[in-house]
Design a protein around this ligand. Structure first.
Ligand code: PLP
Length: 466
């Protein structure tokens, strides 16, 4: 098994946790000085706990380091927080305060951005199937960019802009045949997925020609997003070369300049001791050199370069706290496995079931002198795949009533949460040294039944009468 035996099962592996999380002398987990036992007494469990200062520092550091690195090679970097990783009004404000724009991909996400008071010029709209309503909202609000994802979309955005007597700023999402995951990437000519337009098949070039021909569209440049949880520059390097090459071809063919490229998100984080992310400063320096070299090779000018980090900004900033309900030793045939059941599960973190993701955890409400044992932390759902943490060491005396905290649940957990088995979704508790409160309040049973009118229905006669 990959999991190393812990020297001290009470100790936090600090690199897995938000920067203001620590353990007090008595073993209780603390966030910005608040004891988790007090927070759970007041606010309940399960809950996502957001270290606000950690989130803000990550956003600030990304902006600062990418600006510095791209400045060094003679251009400008911009960062758009990928709202799909986790979005609520407060988080939209915090990342914007730290100098990030915001990427959205639905009307709901656009509405959060507007509600948060963001400048629409720093907001982008993605999506492979944008509705008329979404395009209209984006244009009426004055959005900074729409990332075009299909040939069908081009005349629709152009017509919507024409109807408003305005122009739409667009980027074109290109699939460059590079798919990156962690330390590997695959570079092929073809790509079998729904996003973007293929560089290799000529579809991307065709789309670019149509955008250039549409007077209502202001063509900002090309966009590429190659994957997620990436730990090195190799995939970005391959993608940047292809994007910059196509950009040069379009510029030459039409005698225009495309001022910007976007290399997407996907920067990896540390979920367990096995993950080895690169610091923002180093990643920024490497990518600045990659883009500068690609442009030199293509004989083209340096564009403004934008990035769309989601997970790397919010993932490590949150953890989930659960209460243990049962502890069950199970004879697997190969030995005893201890199942620790908590008061949430796949309805608040589906990543373990969906992506086979690995997580860590710690006993959060006390220290223990008991020796460590490998446990499996599972939820309360009617599904055997309802696993939160597949393997982790906890003290052998873990018992019902204890609190268990799982780090790095900020990205793609609460946004993918469901009401499976009619569980209300947990809230997100924002914690600062001086202030604590809900960024997203937990759902209540009233919320749950608000969408269940118990079917009265209308008869044909009622319908005719109206
Ligand atoms: C998901 C996504 C991102 C963010 O990815 P992370 O892995 O969270 O950084 C950025 N851009 C696009 C287009 C995406 O679909």
């Amino acid at each position: 098994m990959w999991l190393p035996h812990p020297e001290d099962v009470n100790a936090l592996m600090q690199s897995l946790w938000a920067r203001n999380v620590a353990k007090a002398d008595d073993g209780v987990l603390t966030v910005a000085g608040h004891r988790i036992t007090d927070l759970v007494d007041e606010f309940g469990s399960p809950a996502f706990v957001l270290d606000v200062d950690d989130l803000r520092s990550r956003a600030r550091e990304f902006v600062t380091e990418f600006s510095r690195a791209f400045d060094r090679v003679g251009t400008t970097a911009r960062a758009y927080y990928a709202g799909k990783a986790f979005l609520c009004t407060a988080v939209a404000r915090w990342v914007a305060d730290e100098g990030m724009g915001l990427d959205t991909c639905s009307l709901g996400e656009l509405m959060v951005a507007q509600r948060a008071g963001l400048d629409p010029a720093v907001v982008g709209l993605h999506g492979n199937n944008k509705s008329d309503e979404e395009i209209a909202f984006a244009l009426d609000w004055g959005i900074g960019r729409i990332v075009v994802d299909s040939l069908d979309e081009i005349p629709r955005v152009a017509a919507a802009a024409a109807a408003r007597g305005t122009t739409a700023r667009v980027m074109l999402r290109v699939t460059v045949g590079v798919e990156a995951h962690t330390h590997d990437f695959i570079a092929t000519a073809h790509e079998d997925q729904k996003f973007g337009l293929s560089l290799q098949s000529g579809a991307a070039r065709e789309a670019a020609d149509r955008i250039v021909a549409a007077p209502e569209l202001e063509f900002l440049g090309l966009h590429s997003h190659i994957g997620s949880q990436i730990f090195d520059k190799a995939g970005f390097e391959a993608a940047a070369g292809r994007v910059v090459g196509l950009r040069a071809e379009i510029e030459r063919a039409h005698g225009i300049t495309l001022p910007e490229i976007d290399l997407g998100g996907g920067f990896g984080i540390r979920y367990t001791s096995q993950d080895t992310p690169i610091a923002f400063a180093d990643m920024a320096d490497q990518l600045a050199d990659v883009v500068a070299k690609a442009c030199a090779d293509a004989g083209s000018s340096l564009p403004v370069v934008s990035f769309e980090p989601g997970r790397a900004i919010v993932g490590p900033a949150m953890f989930t706290v659960y209460r243990v309900g049962t502890v069950k030793p199970v004879d697997t045939g190969a030995g005893i496995r201890t199942y620790v059941s908590v008061d949430g599960g796949m309805s608040d973190n589906v990543r373990t079931a969906l992506y086979d993701a690995d997580y860590s955890c710690t006993l959060a409400n006390r220290g223990s002198e008991a020796p460590p044992v490998v446990v499996r932390v599972v939820g309360k759902h009617c599904e055997s795949g309802d696993i939160v943490v597949r393997d982790e060491y906890l003290p052998t005396d873990v018992t019902p009533g204890d609190l268990v905290a799982v780090p790095d649940t900020g990205a793609y957990c609460r946004p993918l949460a469901s009401n499976y088995n009619h569980l209300p979704r947990p809230g997100v508790l924002a914690v600062e040294a001086e202030r604590v409160g809900w960024a997203v309040r937990p759902e209540t049973y009233t919320d749950l039944f608000a969408t269940d009118p118990a079917f009265a229905g209308t008869t044909a006669a009622d319908t005719d009468a109206h």
